[in-house]
Design a protein around this ligand. Structure first.
Ligand code: PRP
Length: 183
């Protein structure tokens, strides 16, 4: 990849998960979701911006008449699950009452965003709420069944590509890379 060195922003160093591995996993998740929701198609809720690439591919691997909505949140203080503030920047357009909602995230890191969104969305009285996260940190502690659909467990490196960014860059890389500084 051609790279202009104009600042100290970390750059992609090596591939952690290839585009082919992602595609295979997304296909598996889509098939599982299609089976699980065969009686009632879910409403997919994507968390902007990071989830937009995953949501796009995942949705096309689901063989059901799904619907879509998006939220954007901003968070401060990612170090623990119990601290930090999450704020809604863009709310949903649709009413969740009585809907089977599938929340789609690119990555669960500290869990702060997920905890906030679960509570917030459950308060809107959906018929059900499940989580689908492509990436979950290996050391993330969560109660069993909190995340029903997981793609990959990943180490605590800075990851970019397939929707994930550093300073808004690299979201369009097809593979998932570990980012860092040139040594
Ligand atoms: C990322 C990711 C999750 C959140 C997870 O979003 O998309 O929403 O962080 O982190 P947490 O588990 O520690 O809360 P980010 O805030 O980087 O915004 P972006 O999706 O626009 O890149």
């Amino acid at each position: 990849m051609s790279e202009e060195k104009t600042d100290n922003i970390p750059t992609p160093q090596h591939v952690l998960i290839t585009a082919d591995q992602v595609a295979e996993k997304v296909d598996e998740l889509g098939k599982q979701i299609s089976q699980d929701y065969s009686k009632e198609a879910p409403l997919l809720v994507g968390v902007l911006k990071g989830a937009f690439v995953f949501m796009s591919d995942l949705s096309r691997s689901i063989d059901l008449p799904i619907e879509f909505d998006f939220m954007a949140v901003s968070s401060y203080g990612h170090s623990t699950t119990s601290s930090g503030v999450v704020r809604i920047v863009k709310d949903l357009d649709l009413d969740l009452a009585g809907r089977h909602v599938l929340l789609v995230e690119d990555i669960v890191d500290s869990g702060l965003t997920l905890n906030f969104l679960r509570k917030n969305l459950l308060a809107r009285n959906p018929a059900s709420l499940e989580i689908c996260a492509l990436l979950v940190r290996e050391d993330f502690q969560f109660e069993e069944d909190t995340i029903k659909y997981t793609g990959f467990q990943v180490p605590a490196d800075w990851l970019v590509g397939y929707g994930l960014d550093v300073a808004e860059r690299y979201r369009n890389l097809p593979d998932i890379w570990v980012a860092g500084s040139e040594s």
